[in-house]
Every structure is written in structure tokens, then in C-alpha cells.
Design a protein around this ligand. Structure first.
Ligand SMILES: Cc1cc2nc3c(=O)[nH]c(=O)nc-3n(C[C@H](O)[C@H](O)[C@H](O)COP(=O)(O)OP(=O)(O)OC[C@H]3O[C@@H](n4cnc5c(N)ncnc54)[C@H](O)[C@@H]3O)c2cc1C
Length: 303
């Protein structure tokens, strides 16, 4: 494991030297994060962290490049066990994988919206989650897919459901010495469909004003299970349990979708800012919940 000086932070016009480490094992990375605490941050694709350091929005001493660690590059789908998505796997690898497109269309919807092609060639879903932006596109999709974060740390590994991973804007459940190893998504049950939709004021390259991830499992024409997750309408992404549960046992007609949309609006805790006021965002939640459910249902039926 080598250290080189990586000069990328501007401080009052002067460059500040930052150490760079590229450990090859989980144990080495854990040791670095334990030794340096919050003076160290992980580097995956760098599409968030490099920008933040250059703009002095993060003051660091060390960037720990995780990409030499085999486990964080793993991308393995088994129809009976589900998906192991290494924390540093770039989005394009998810989007171009046919088996993942079929099994987790909601995740692929989200990954294919993150930035553009250039960003997707670097940006990871793991980094999108660990950056913990309330508006991150992948997080509502991960929650809809019941993803679990597998975290490596000084005491071994532990698991946290993604809906509990973010603890505030830019803050996560990661403790000193810990980093995200991979995301684990359960195998989708037969007749499951999912979707992610976001609203942005222009056609591309913008931050979600609202994002919605939805997944439904059908038993004939009846809903057996449903999960709905909301982005950009609270300090952290929200699992709208009431909305999802209200669909179970229902035939998913217009009135059922309207009910879910209304319950999801009630779960949202939006703020007003330059991107939209709280009432507008709450309205958009209802619209996007209904539309994402319609797509998820269509996909569950094989469409
Ligand atoms: C032009 C542009 C457009 C963008 N558009 C979108 C968009 O449409 N939607 C969207 O959601 N985002 C967007 N982003 C933000 C960004 O691309 C995503 O958040 C990206 O997924 C982050 O992944 P990364 O691998 O680049 O993470 P990095 O920048 O390497 O890391 C992000 C953060 O997570 C931490 N981290 C990374 N990996 C780990 C780990 N394994 N364990 C612990 N901590 C870790 C880092 O320390 C850092 O704090 C955009 C960014 C740019 C520059």
C-alpha cells in the first residue's frame, strides 16, 4: 500500500496536499479509516468527493481509494440469491447488464439517470449512497428493492437496511473505521416489477426535485407486496410504509393507486427552496408515486 501526495484542495488560493492511499485489502482500508477518523474519506468514482474537496466543502488529510480491493468491484447476480453489488462498481456496468436490467429495472432506471454517460462511467451506486444526499437518485430505488448495506469495520462486517443508512443530509450510519463493502439486493420474487422516476425542471443533468422508487409483487391480479420510497422530500430518503402496505391484497385499480399516492404525500416532509416549494413537492410525490406504480405493475406483468 503506497502513499502519494495528491494536491487537489484549494485553500485561500493555495493548493493543500492531501495523502492518497490505495489499499489492496479490506483490513488495510479499515486500519486507515480507524487511524485517521473523519480526516479520511473513501474515494470510489470521485464524482462527488473530488468536487467537494476542490471546492473546499470538505477538509481532508487522506483519500482512501477503494478500487484495488477485490470485494468492492464485485458484481454478481444469482437468480436464487440476488445481487451482490460492490460499493465501487460504476453505474454503466449495472446499466449494460441484461440480467440486472430484467431483475432490478428500478435500480437501472436510477443508475441510468445519474449524470450522463461520462459520469456513469465513474460514479458508483455505493458512492451515491455514502454521499447521503437527500436527492440521490439511487437510494429510493435501492430501498424499493429492499437493499441492505454490508459494512466492513474494525469489528468485522455488519448489515444495515438502506432505509436506515442515511441519518441526515451528508451523514450516514458509518462509524469510525467503517466503509461500505457492498450492497446486497434480494432475488426478486416471481411477478415483481419496479421503477424509479424523478422530476427535474429540465431534461437532463439536474438534481431531483422529487424522486420515487416503487416495487410491486403480484399474485394473479392481486398485490402481494409493495414498497414505495421517496427522495428529495426530507432530510433523508423515506420508506413510505403506509403507502406500500395499503396496496397489499388490493387489485391495484385506479382508486388503490390514488390511495397510495395520498398516503405517500402524507409521509413526505419537504422543504421549500429555490428548486420548488413544499406544497409543489408534495403534489409531485402523488403524481410520481402513481406513475411509478403503473410502470412497476406493467413490468410485474411482464410488460
Ligand atoms: C456532472 C454531475 C452530474 C451528477 N448527476 C447526478 C444525478 O443526476 N443524480 C445523482 O444522484 N447524483 C448525481 N451526481 C452526483 C454523483 O455522480 C453521485 O453521487 C455518484 O453516484 C457518487 O459516486 P462516486 O463513486 O463518484 O462516489 P465518490 O465521489 O467517490 O464518493 C462519494 C462520497 O461517498 C463516500 N464513499 C464512496 N464510497 C464509499 C464507500 N465504499 N464507503 C464509505 N464511503 C464511501 C466518499 O468518501 C464521498 O464522501 C452528479 C455529479 C456530477 C459531477
Amino acid at each position: 500500500m503506497g502513499f502519494v501526495v495528491f494536491s487537489c484542495s484549494h485553500s485561500g488560493g493555495a493548493l493543500k496536499a492531501i495523502d492518497y492511499a490505495a489499499p489492496a485489502t479490506v483490513a488495510e482500508a479499515v486500519q486507515l479509516f480507524a487511524d485517521r477518523g473523519d480526516r479520511a474519506r473513501a474515494l470510489a468514482g470521485g464524482t462527488d468527493i473530488i468536487v467537494q474537496v476542490r471546492e473546499n466543502r470538505r477538509d481532508l488529510d487522506l483519500l482512501v481509494d477503494l478500487k484495488n480491493i477485490a470485494e468492492v468491484n464485485e458484481l454478481a447476480f444469482d437468480p436464487s440469491k440476488g445481487l451482490r453489488l460492490g460499493a465501487a462498481v460504476p453505474c454503466y456496468k449495472i446499466c449494460e447488464n441484461d440480467a440486472i436490467r430484467r431483475a432490478y429495472p428500478g435500480l437501472v432506471d436510477a443508475a441510468s439517470l445519474i449524470g450522463g454517460v461520462q459520469i456513469q462511467s465513474r460514479a458508483s451506486v455505493g458512492g451515491n449512497l455514502c454521499n447521503a444526499s437527500p436527492a440521490a437518485d439511487s437510494i429510493p430505488a435501492l430501498i424499493a428493492h429492499e437493499a441492505v448495506a454490508v459494512i466492513a469495520g474494525p469489528k468485522g462486517s455488519r448489515e444495515v437496511p438502506v432505509e436506515q443508512f442515511c441519518t441526515g443530509p451528508g451523514r450516514s450510519a458509518l462509524q469510525r473505521g467503517e466503509f461500505l463493502l457492498r450492497l446486497q439486493l434480494p432475488a426478486p420474487k416471481p411477478h415483481t416489477g419496479s421503477a424509479y422516476l424523478r422530476f427535474i425542471p429540465r431534461n437532463e443533468m439536474d438534481i431531483a426535485v422529487v424522486g420515487v422508487g416503487a416495487a410491486v409483487t403480484l399474485d394473479g391480479s392481486t398485490c402481494r407486496a409493495a414498497r414505495i420510497a421517496l427522495g428529495a422530500v426530507g432530510p433523508t430518503p423515506i420508506l413510505a410504509n403506509d403507502a406500500g402496505n395499503a396496496l397489499v391484497g388490493r387489485s391495484l385499480g385506479e382508486a388503490d393507486l390514488d390511495k397510495a399516492a395520498q398516503l405517500a404525500r402524507a409521509s413526505a416532509r419537504p422543504i421549500s427552496d429555490m428548486r420548488g416549494d413544499a406544497e409543489y413537492r408534495r403534489h409531485l410525490v402523488g403524481v410520481l408515486v402513481k406513475r411509478s406504480l403503473q410502470i412497476a405493475i406493467q413490468r410485474a406483468k411482464g410488460g
